[in-house]
Design a protein around this ligand. Structure first.
Ligand code: ZN
Length: 280
């Protein structure tokens, strides 16, 4: 990589980091949130972790991108959570958009184009087996300041797997993300929102925080562009994390819905960004 390219890349990432400082801290929701996933309802209580701790500047984020060279640093272990974080806290009207199951060369580029058009950063929870056909897309996500999270290798229901297989699903995916994106993922999302103790423990060992969602667009049911957009607009509130998909089927409705609801959110004063990690 040429020096000026590297500089551009670092500046882009730095800008993304600055944009992300609006969203800090752990979830602070009350009550129980029930979400409907592809496997039916999954009920989960909100995160009970330490709240509103001051967040240190995460200097590791500002380190130069060193490419793909060895050796791999051991992941920084995180606290073992008991629940996935369902919302983000931050000043003002902060929202997070997440796209799962990709990347898919048919749909992910359109999602990235729309995010770029509005200068917005989002999160992509990718599956390891999808990365083989989408390495360039992960590099583009890195260049454009998006956050890539781990969504397992093959999208299994983790609660039915042995610890060894859970670890394999998660670790291989972190490895392939590091190769294609340039950094190990710091966030993990269990397929179908199905978490258990082993998943939280192994995720923490691999240096990842668990992130759930607040608003499920149910876009995988292809309910129509208008319905998807309405679900986001009606669910919009400070701290909300929106779940959509850029892969796993025909996601053209999801792509078109984003073009509709993103400008609406921005016009309504929402700051659409990516969450910062909080170290307890
Ligand atoms: Zn998924």
């Amino acid at each position: 990589m040429k020096k000026d390219q590297l500089l551009t890349r670092l500046l882009t990432r730095r800008r993304a980091l600055i944009a992300a400082t609006g969203a800090v801290g752990a979830a602070a929701t009350a009550g129980v949130i029930t979400t409907v996933t592809r496997d039916g309802p999954v009920t989960s209580a909100p995160a009970a972790g330490p709240q509103a701790r001051p967040v240190k500047s995460s200097a590791y984020r500002l380190q130069p991108v060193t490419g793909y060279g060895p050796p791999r640093a051991a992941p920084r272990r995180t606290l073992v959570r008991r629940e996935a974080q369902l919302k983000v806290s931050g000043r003002g009207r902060t929202m997070v958009l997440t796209f799962d199951d990709g990347p898919d060369p048919r749909f992910t580029p359109d999602v990235l184009d729309t995010l770029a058009e509005y200068d917005v950063r989002a999160m992509f929870f990718v599956c390891g087996e999808m990365v083989a056909g989408g390495r360039k897309l992960l590099a583009r996500m890195a260049d454009e300041g998006h956050v890539v999270g781990n969504h397992t290798w093959s999208h299994p229901l983790l609660t039915r797997l042995t610890r060894r297989r859970i670890r394999s699903e998660m670790e291989r995916t972190s490895d392939v993300i590091e190769d294609a994106y340039g950094e190990r993922p710091e966030w993990f999302r269990a397929p179908y929102g199905a978490w258990n103790r082993a998943v939280f423990q192994i995720g923490a060992e691999l240096g990842m925080e668990p992130l759930g969602w607040t608003v499920d667009t149910l876009d995988w049911t292809t309910p129509g562009v208008r319905t998807i957009a309405n679900r986001v607009e009606r669910g919009a509130a400070p701290g909300v994390v929106v779940l959509s998909h850029d892969a796993g089927g025909d996601r053209s409705q999801s792509v078109r819905a984003l073009r509709r609801y993103l400008p609406e959110l921005l016009d309504s004063g929402y700051h659409v960004t990516v969450p910062r990690r909080h170290y307890a």
